[in-house]
Design a protein around this ligand. Structure first.
Ligand SMILES: [Zn+2]
Length: 83
């Protein structure tokens, strides 16, 4: 009985730690672009995590800054026009 309780407690702690660690992980370009385009629902888990991450990660602040200046992180955003 006590073992089961311990396992459940360990699982809850494991999940909490994983969530915290994910905040420190840099998001992919896709996530950052989705955020910039307003495609992440405010209040949703990915949105909250990204906001928290941006508050602590200068690298991603810089990436978002590049996005804001219109510099593409994705190749297909480059519109070279046609002849
Ligand atoms: Zn980052």
């Amino acid at each position: 009985m006590f073992t089961i309780f311990l396992l459940i407690a360990a699982y809850i702690v494991y999940r909490a730690v994983r969530q915290i660690l994910r905040v420190y992980e840099c998001p992919s370009d896709e996530v950052l672009t989705a955020f910039w385009r307003g495609k992440l629902r405010p209040g949703s888990e990915p949105h909250r995590q990204l906001i928290t991450h941006l508050g602590t990660c200068e690298k991603c602040q810089e990436r978002l800054h590049l996005l804001r200046q219109g510099l593409p992180l994705e190749d297909h955003l480059i519109d070279k026009g046609q002849d």
